[in-house]
Every structure is written in structure tokens, then in C-alpha cells.
Design a protein. Structure first.
Length: 177
């Protein structure tokens, strides 16, 4: 089925949950069939105009889209000893632009966590299911059972330790700027 020609009113981040093919048609009529890879994380700009269609005989596309509303930057000041930003955890950075930093994060059960100051709000989008433990000296501890299709939001301004409590968790992390 076709989405019909549409324009995205905001920038957005996408996280793909299955491997498939996607046909994209631009306003000038150019068609492209693009491979979609499970775990692919990307940001597309406000005003993007296109048609999307699944390719017959392939898995239906399954993705999470996070709209990025127009807003000024929001950063929390770190007044402690923990290193700032999700990057302190040594995960794989996928993109860094004026709106977001995107990460492909892997956490194995039993792997020790490392404290970091969360200088930005962030979304966790699971690619591989599992349970995360999120602890903080100044915020309530959270146990987050994560499965495909769910999204967890963590407000910035806190020192956090994120560990896999169960399973080997892979998640896309969207760090808002």
C-alpha cells in the first residue's frame, strides 16, 4: 500500500525494526527501491516530501518514528564528577547534528554499568528485547522491560547508570539537543 504523496511537517528520527525493501517516489516522479536494515537509525529533515510503498513479496516495513518538534536547544548543566553525555558509555555513534546525537547501544546482562551525566533528554528504542536497569543517585530507579515497538523516555539532568538486567539488549538511543 502506498502512503500517498505527503510532506513531513517536522524533522524526525526513524529506527527500522525489520530487514526489507522500500520503494520511495519523490515529487519529480523518480522512484528508488531502498534496502531497509533492521537496527538502521537515521534522521530526516522537516519538509521531506515523498511516497513510500512496501515491495510486494517482502516483509512489511516496521519502524518507529520520533517527531522532532521545533524547539530551542535544551542542555542540562553537569555540576558533578560523572562524565557528560551518553557518549561516556563508549557506544557506537551513528549521527551527530544540530538536533540529535544517535547511538546504536549494546548492553549485555552482567556487564557492569558506568555512571554518566545525562546532559540531554533521550529516547531508548529497543531493537533486541531485554530488560534495562536504570539507576541514579538523584532519581527513582527504573526497571524497563523493553520489546520491539516500545519507546522509553529518560529526562536529562541526572547521573545515570544503565545496565542490562536481563538478556542482551540492543537499543537505538536518540539524544535530543
Amino acid at each position: 500500500m502506498s502512503t500517498g504523496m505527503h510532506r513531513h511537517p517536522t524533522a524526525f528520527v526513524g529506527i527500522e525494526l525489520v530487514d526489507t525493501l522500500l520503494k520511495v517516489t519523490t515529487p519529480d516522479g523518480v522512484e528508488r527501491v531502498n534496502p531497509i536494515h533492521r537496527g538502521q537509525i537515521y534522521m530526516l529533515p522537516k519538509g521531506l516530501t515523498h511516497i513510500e510503498e512496501n515491495v510486494i513479496g517482502r516483509l512489511q516495513r516496521n519502524s518507529i518514528l520520533i517527531e522532532l518538534k521545533d524547539a530551542g536547544p535544551l542542555s542540562y548543566d553537569n555540576h558533578g564528577q560523572a562524565p557528560s553525555g551518553f557518549g561516556a558509555l563508549g557506544q557506537k555513534q551513528v549521527a551527530d547534528n544540530p538536533r540529535v546525537i544517535l547511538w546504536d547501544a549494546h548492553r549485555a546482562s552482567g556487564e557492569p554499568g558506568k555512571a554518566f551525566f545525562q546532559s540531554h533528554d533521550l529516547f531508548l528504542v529497543p531493537i533486541d528485547a531485554g530488560t534495562l536497569s536504570v539507576t541514579s543517585p538523584d532519581d527513582a530507579a527504573k526497571t524497563l522491560p523493553l520489546a520491539g515497538g516500545q519507546v522509553a523516555f529518560l529526562q536529562g539532568g541526572h547521573v545515570r547508570i544503565i545496565q542490562a538486567a536481563e538478556g542482551k539488549v540492543r537499543a537505538a538511543v536518540v539524544e535530543l539537543k
